[in-house]
Design a protein around this ligand. Structure first.
Ligand SMILES: *Cc1c(COP(=O)(O)O)cnc(C)c1O
Length: 394
């Protein structure tokens, strides 16, 4: 008992002293375009619920129906008897939607990366990883035991150099390149055609984590589909927890790859499957995206509107190519103060500072969704103008 206490107490205190201890805001109700926190109604610009599916009546209905039909839990891991008709259907629909031979669903995007990377890569291999890749990619790479080679963010000259050196060293059995499809801090998009060319030149395995691209890019089917390169990327990983609005992760790829993951990806073998209700809600989300592009169009329209408004006010919004809209303030303290003031004005937009982003590039990150109205975005822009002038950012 005292050993643990002696470890935790000073560390917690140090975090609190440095103002780095993160307190968690509890949302009182659904996570929509507006949320309630501590009794206050706020315009929500901090969710990944891009299409508003998290609280969509059609998805809720399918979730309830599947729960009635199959129960609240799957009762086992996928490989024992936790694979229900609804899981098979989800995987079939995902593969069709992504234009791949097959797909495998996991309980989260995080454990999908942990399981999928380490099922294929070993300590005899190397993984070239974009320096800004998501934590779950980093952990998946580490777990595999492969040598991790960093490549500069979105720098194709550097990627080519690292790939060339790794290949010529003759040290590795296989080499993989892994990248986010859409980077969540800046909203920039992976250069898939250039990546494919380099991968073909050096015989790299390619892995795109499209957590923020699924449901957003390529008419919902993701970044790889956006570039029409579905047959050129080995692993198209995505989440069911962001734009899809539910929970889970998946890999879409060749039948061979999926066959292998189903016998080797450890979270698939040793962790209970997605709940049937979640799987059914995800199928409904795919249905809607396939038949009705209206939500996705609205998302992009809202992103464009917010960006144009912020630029007009004189803010720096970086180089986002997606609806993700960072508003770059710079100084860490000023960024946090900016976000706090927005909150007082009724706008929930989180500050993101070092070490999540480089020093001096603190930003308030805005995640508009299809569920926001023009009126809400106008209110947001009015708050930005007020706080921006008050804090002399504009
Ligand atoms: C959010 C995210 C994940 C994890 O997905 P979850 O389904 O939330 O576990 C993985 N990769 C990237 C790039 C992400 O942004």
């Amino acid at each position: 008992m005292t050993v643990l206490k002696d470890f935790l107490e000073p560390q917690l205190q140090a975090l609190r002293d440095q103002g780095l201890y993160n307190t968690i805001d509890t949302v009182e109700g659904p996570n929509g375009a507006k949320i309630k926190i501590n009794g206050a109604e706020l315009i929500n610009l901090s969710s990944n619920n891009y299409l508003g599916f998290a609280n969509d009546d059609r998805l809720k209905k399918k979730c309830i129906e599947a729960t009635e039909q199959y129960g609240v839990g799957a009762g086992a891991v996928r490989t024992i008897n936790g694979t229900m008709t609804v899981h098979d259907e989800l995987e079939k629909r995902l593969a069709e939607f992504k234009h791949t031979e097959a797909a495998i669903a996991f309980q989260s995007g995080f454990n999908c990366n942990m399981g999928a990377i380490s099922a294929v890569m070993t300590k005899k291999d190397a993984i070239i990883s974009d320096e800004l890749n998501h934590a779950s990619i980093i952990d998946g790479c580490r777990l595999s035991g492969a040598k991790i080679l960093r490549a500069k963010h979105q720098d194709m000259i550097d990627l080519r150099r690292v790939a060339k050196e790794a290949t010529e060293s003759g040290q590795y059995e296989k080499i993989m390149y892994i990248t986010d499809g859409v980077f969540s801090m800046d909203g920039d998009v992976a250069k898939i055609p250039e990546i494919v060319a380099i991968a073909e030149e050096f015989g790299l395995i390619t892995y795109v984590d499209d957590a923020h691209g699924s449901g957003v890019m390529g008419k919902g089917a993701g970044t790889v589909k956006h570039f029409s390169m579905s047959d050129k990327i080995d692993f198209q990983m995505g989440t069911l927890s962001k734009a899809i609005g539910v929970v889970g992760g998946y890999v879409a790829g060749s039948q061979q790859l999926i066959d292998w993951l189903k016998v080797r990806a450890r979270p698939f073998l040793f962790s209970t499957s997605l709940t049937p209700g979640a799987a059914a809600a995800c199928i409904e989300a795919i249905d809607i995206m396939e038949h009705d592009p209206e939500r996705m169009e609205k998302l992009w329209e809202n992103g464009t509107y917010l960006k144009a408004g912020l630029v007009k006010l004189g803010f720096d919004i970086g180089y986002s190519e997606t609806p993700i809209t960072p508003c770059i303030i710079g100084d860490e303290n000023l960024t946090q103060q900016f976000s706090r003031r927005l909150l007082e004005e009724g706008v929930y937009a989180k500050s993101i500072v070092f070490p999540t982003v480089p020093k001096g590039t603190g930003r308030v990150r805005n995640m508009p969704t299809a569920a926001h109205t023009k009126e809400m975005l106008d209110e947001v822009l009015a708050s930005y103008e007020k706080v921006g002038k008050e804090l002399k950012v504009i």
